[in-house]
Design a protein around this ligand. Structure first.
Ligand code: AMP
Length: 282
């Protein structure tokens, strides 16, 4: 596996690869890699000739400086894991390499998509995501880009970005990988204390129960169930739980038949903010 830190070196590699007809799969990450990330790499390896993973903790998508500061960083371990799993190139740029003129000023408009849920609770987050993803797409020029459905809203924002910029990139939304107790894998899980980790393990069960309630009794019942369960634990604090149209992310008050819906949650367990989502049947 090549480890590259300079855009010029990566571009040189990609130009040669493309000239010899190779297709490129791209997996952008912020590192502290786990099997969820590796599953994206596996899809890329199945579908593309060459797989490039980036590890870059993008400062412009953090609205909370403390969150940025404590975000786990372990580039050597990440490199080993990627190498062991057949990654071709690890792109590991410094902040100055990505933003040589300081943070980008570019701002995007994704309609309601970036203003609700994560967008409402983390102002500027999706603008930062769109900035860095656009920059990466311009550098890597992948044929396919692999994103996890764990960040459901992010997938929709990136889809909108690709459409707005008319990029010839196929967005592949990959399934959520979970721990044995159902907790969605996340780099942030490593920051949980033992007690918090145990509590976080309740989230998937809560989501299942609420989804069933939504189907049987309606969305208000599902919301009440989640609010009630979260309130039972002092260490937990709910940011939001909403059920949305799975295709448009419009927030729903009732479940229309025949429409695909998804429940999305964000909550704090101790200091650590976790997100998850689950399909809801009507
Ligand atoms: P992150 O490093 O958290 O920015 O994540 C990088 C990519 O990995 C994003 O597309 C995430 O959605 C994806 N990802 C994170 N956790 C998981 C998971 N548990 N299962 C599948 N994909 C994931």
């Amino acid at each position: 596996m090549l480890i590259l830190t300079k855009i010029a070196d990566l571009r040189a590699f990609i130009t040669i690869a493309k000239d010899s007809g190779k297709t490129i799969g791209f997996v952008p990450t912020m590192g502290a890699l786990h099997q969820g990330h590796i599953s994206l790499l596996s899809y890329s390896k199945q579908l593309c000739d060459l797989s490039i993973c980036s590890v870059f903790v993008n400062p412009t998508q953090f609205n909370d400086p403390k969150d940025l500061e404590r975000y786990p960083r372990m580039p050597e371990k990440d490199a080993r894991l990627l190498e062991d799993n057949g990654c071709d190139v690890l792109f590991l740029p410094a902040v100055e390499e990505m933003y040589p003129d300081g943070p980008l000023k570019e701002s995007f408009n994704f309609g309601h998509l970036d203003k609700i849920l994560e967008g409402a609770h983390r102002p500027g987050h999706f603008n930062g995501v769109a900035q860095v993803v656009k920059r990466f797409f311009e550098i890597v020029t992948p044929d396919k880009a692999f994103f996890g459905s764990k960040d459901y809203q992010q997938v929709m924002v990136v889809k909108a970005l690709i459409q707005q910029l008319q990029l010839p990139i196929e967005l592949m939304a990959c399934p959520i990988l979970r721990e044995p107790d159902g907790l969605a894998m996340s780099s942030r899980n490593a920051l949980l204390t033992k007690e918090e980790r145990k509590l976080a393990g309740l989230i998937p069960g809560m989501m299942q129960q609420a989804a069933q309630l939504a189907t049987e009794q309606g969305i208000a019942a599902a919301k009440a169930c989640v609010a009630e369960q979260v309130s039972q634990h002092e260490l937990m604090k709910l940011d939001y739980y909403e059920i949305c149209d799975a295709d448009t992310l419009e927030i729903l008050n009732d479940l229309p038949k025949g429409k695909k819906a998804v429940a999305l949650i964000a909550l704090f367990t101790g200091r650590i903010r976790l997100i998850d989502n689950l399909a809801v049947s009507s």
